[in-house]
Design a binder for this molecule. Structure first.
Ligand code: VG1
Ligand code: CO
Length: 543
């Protein structure tokens, strides 16, 4: 075995987006492409000699190959030990859990999350720091700068490591320990939730379907929900991670988890439905004929946090991404705790969680989590809901209706226009930004604009400033329209339009969401001219 220095030249466009570097598999397969990015990570890290790294991914196509390459590069750089999930499998929340539990320096997660997989699909890589969370912008910026100037990378010429056998082997001077993918994570969950109460719930005949969407959460859900909590075999479906996710988008929303929604709408619906995404950090909660809005789910978890043993002492604060609905703000106000509004992406929650300013975090994009780790966590959210149902004896529908009755309902929807022309999308956003100053005070339909800006976030812990995080048009009654461009897509641009309207009147809590938001949808089109700009009549996905 020798360590080699291989000459390379930079690839353009290796700037990490909302959640790491995501590109087509074919782009990652170019010789040196993955290696350059990994070299840039090592150049950024500084002192990692002898330290531990965690490594794993969601099992998508190219996962195993990438892991072998990264192991050989880690060995060449003098990393002390790499903990790698068996078969290369670790969900994003499991990586976060293992980094924290084993006091690792950080971790490398291989995933493009909910983006499709397979040879023609997407691949991704992101770096997590020692708190278990996504690297903050100053680190991702530094990684990107290194990718622009690299001239070589270092790699061992050792053969492949057997990823399927638990145990330790040596690669150069580095130890590779293949660990069980699930056990550290399952142990953490058992300490947070009342497993006895959930077990008793299943014993009483409570029925559930968890759809793993052929992605990484399957093994976790099976081990915990069927194995530890005694749900009948078959409760967790599509539980085997496949390299192409069975050809589906592993994205837990009503559009992509259509089978689960059809089941929950039909005569044979179980009591509870749930799904998770490619890398296991997202969740969808479904009752009978009711998909819970992720923003509502965050608010409901916050309002009921103390039912779960891990949150018995109450929560210190809530954080939500800016486009997420303000339902959580109402709960925070009622609890007398702070509510923080951050840019899109979990990396912005890390400082708030580390500083003990927030205990629960959430995004409208089916992401919810807490201070137990530093990533959003799909199975965690599902277990929280199970604990809540077990503790209250109420159904998902009852819990949601009662929440709206108490706090009012924030009607909420996101319209995505995927793979539109990137130039047209950015021109539209530029024009919109140009209009913002004149929008304040204007009457649009039945609304008056209170504030129109491009969201800037100042982190209250380290005072770092993030600009251009989304155009928001806020009405005097608190209704909002937000527009931003996705930072996770791999084709053209994806425009996201977020719409929110508050309704206090309980007799108006069961309107059709799109109808309730129709006046705001019309205003969004009026101010952005999105249809003319993108040539799209309809959004590609409505959630
Ligand atoms: C999307 C979501 C965002 C989420 C991000 C990563 O980003 O909107 O809320 O944090 O995906 O989630 P964007 O930039 O495309 O809007 V995951 O589960 O894909 O890691
Ligand atoms: Co994800």
């Amino acid at each position: 075995m020798t360590i080699q220095t291989i000459a390379t030249t930079p690839f353009a466009g290796q700037r990490p987006g909302t959640s790491g570097l995501r590109k087509k598999v074919t782009e990652f397969q170019q010789p040196g492409y993955l290696e350059n990015f990994v070299e840039a990570i090592f150049l950024t890290l500084g002192n990692f000699q002898g330290r531990t790294l965690v490594l794993g991914g969601d099992g998508r196509y190219f996962n195993r190959e990438a892991i072998q390459t990264i192991l050989r590069m880690a060995a060449a750089h003098g990393v002390g030990r790499v903990l790698v999930g068996r078969g290369g499998i670790l969900s994003t929340p499991a990586v976060s859990c293992v980094i924290r539990k084993r006091a690792a320096l950080g971790g490398i997660v291989l995933s493009a999350s909910h983006n499709p997989g397979g040879p023609d699909g997407d691949f991704g890589i992101k770096y997590n720091i020692d708190n278990g969370g996504p690297a903050p912008e100053k680190i991702t910026d530094a990684i990107y700068e290194h990718t622009r100037t690299l001239t070589s990378y270092r790699i061992s010429d050792a053969g492949p490591v057997d990823l399927d056998k638990i145990g330790s082997i040596r690669l150069e001077d580095m130890e590779v320990e293949v660990i069980d993918s699930v056990s550290d994570y399952a142990e953490l969950m058992a300490g947070l939730f009342d497993f006895d109460a959930i077990r008793a719930l299943f014993q009483r005949g409570f029925t559930m379907r968890f759809d793993g969407m052929y992605a990484v959460s399957g093994p976790y859900a099976k081990a915990i929900i069927e194995g530890m909590l005694g749900a009948p075999a078959g409760t967790v479906v599509n539980a085997e991670p496949l390299e192409d996710f069975g050809g589906h988008h592993p994205d837990p929303n009503p559009v992509n988890a259509a089978d689960l929604i059809a089941l929950m709408d039909g005569p044979d619906a179980p009591d509870f439905g749930a799904a998770s995404d490619g890398d296991g950090d997202r969740n969808m909660i479904v009752g009978r004929k009711l998909a819970v809005s992720p923003s509502d789910s965050l608010a409901i978890i916050a309002a009921n946090a103390t039912v779960a043993p891990g949150y018995r002492d109450g929560i210190k604060g809530i954080a939500r991404s800016m486009p997420t609905s303000q339902a959580a703000d109402r709960v925070a106000a009622a609890l007398g705790v702070s509510c923080f509004e951050t840019p899109t992406g979990w990396k912005y929650f890390g400082n708030l969680l580390d500083a003990g300013l927030a205990s629960l975090c959430g995004e409208e994009s089916y992401g919810t989590g807490s201070m137990h780790i530093r990533e959003k966590d799909g199975v965690w959210a599902v277990l929280f809901w199970l604990n809540l149902i077990a503790a209250t004896g109420k159904s998902v529908n009852e819990l949601v209706q009662e929440h709206w009755a108490r706090f009012g309902r924030n009607y909420y929807s996101r319209h995505d226009y995927e793979a539109v022309d990137a130039g047209a999308a950015s021109a539209m956003m530029d024009d919109l930004r140009g209009k913002l100053a004149s929008l304040a005070g204007q009457t649009l339909g039945d609304f008056r604009v209170q504030l129109a800006d491009d969201f800037t976030y100042t982190d209250p812990v380290d005072n770092s400033v993030s600009t251009r995080q989304g155009v928001r048009i806020i009405m005097t009654d608190g209704s909002r329209i937000v527009l931003r461009l996705s930072g996770t897509g791999t084709e053209g641009a994806t425009v996201r339009v977020y719409l929110e309207r508050y309704e206090a009147d309980a007799s108006r809590h069961n309107l059709d969401t799109q109808q309730a938001l129709a006046p705001l949808i019309a205003i969004a089109e009026q101010v952005s001219a999105l249809k003319a700009r993108t040539g799209r009549e309809q959004p590609s996905v409505v959630t």
